[in-house]
Design a protein around this ligand. Structure first.
Ligand code: F6R
Length: 248
């Protein structure tokens, strides 16, 4: 894992955003894996800027989002589908049919998860996966205890994730859905390149455990130690608990 500590979250997002933009420039048919939440918002601003100022072409890009809440549809402002259109897709020239988000309303959830996996494979696999990091070490909604060979499936949110995400539901934990559909750890690990971003001191312990701790399912992101091309973009607060940061 390569660790890049920038002066602040803006610089880190700029660096990660340039890496995504470079890929799209060099491979106009790139397949991107995307995350939601607070962390990647500035990265998406970078991509929107590249579209606006340089005309970066997303017309042949295909994207697959990591996860979606079970029970929330695309028109629900709290769904990840809605988030993606608000924060990225409606500002770039991606074709709607190429912007895929797991279906939180599927009648047959296992069939829908299997179809999502098939769609990723049919697109040629993910070239670059963008990840955030949960305070409990989750990636996607793969909560502690998720199997390393897990694939797209329903996952139950942990109490900590419900607490952390209540801010997107008017601060009310009771309104946070209990289940999500998420790509699995094996799905994520198959991406050819991974960029994980983490900012702020609330992420410091999970960042240190991910990079310097044992590879263990109790901290799902630690599996990234086995990925051949994973880069971690941090601000100084998120890097604060790293013991070997200067050697990174
Ligand atoms: C979101 C996702 C989650 C978040 C993580 C961090 O699609 O997959 O793993 O990346 O919960 O969330 P933020 O960025 O809001 O701190």
């Amino acid at each position: 894992m390569e660790t890049i500590i920038s002066q602040n979250a803006r610089e880190a997002s700029r660096a990660a955003g340039s890496a995504v933009a470079d890929l799209v420039r060099n491979k106009p048919t790139a397949v991107l894996g995307l995350a939601t939440g607070g962390t990647p918002q500035r990265l998406y601003e970078e991509l929107i800027r590249a579209r606006r100022e340089e005309g970066l072409d997303f017309s042949r890009v295909v994207t697959f989002n990591l996860d979606e809440y079970v029970g929330l549809g695309p028109n629900d402002s709290r769904s990840y589908h809605f988030y993606m259109w608000k924060n990225l897709f409606s500002h770039i020239n991606i074709k709607p049919e190429n912007a895929r988000v797991p279906n939180g309303l599927a009648a047959d959830v296992p069939a829908s998860c299997a179809a999502y996996e098939r769609a990723i494979a049919a697109a040629g696999g993910i070239d670059l996966q963008v990840l955030g990091l949960g305070e409990n070490g989750h990636i996607g909604f793969n909560e502690p205890g998720s199997a390393f060979d897990s694939r797209t499936r329903v996952e139950t949110l942990s109490a900590q994730t419900i607490r952390n995400n209540a801010r997107f539901f008017g601060g009310d934990e009771k309104r946070v859905p209990r289940h999500s559909v998420t790509m699995g750890l094996a799905t994520i690990m198959e991406a050819r390149r991974i960029l994980l971003l983490a900012f702020g001191d609330a992420k410091a312990a999970a960042v240190a455990a991910m990079i310097e701790g044992p590879v263990a399912t109790k901290l799902p992101a630690s599996v990234l130690q086995h990925h051949p091309d994973a880069q971690v973009f941090l601000d100084p607060s998120a890097a604060a608990a790293l013991k070997r940061a200067r050697f990174a």
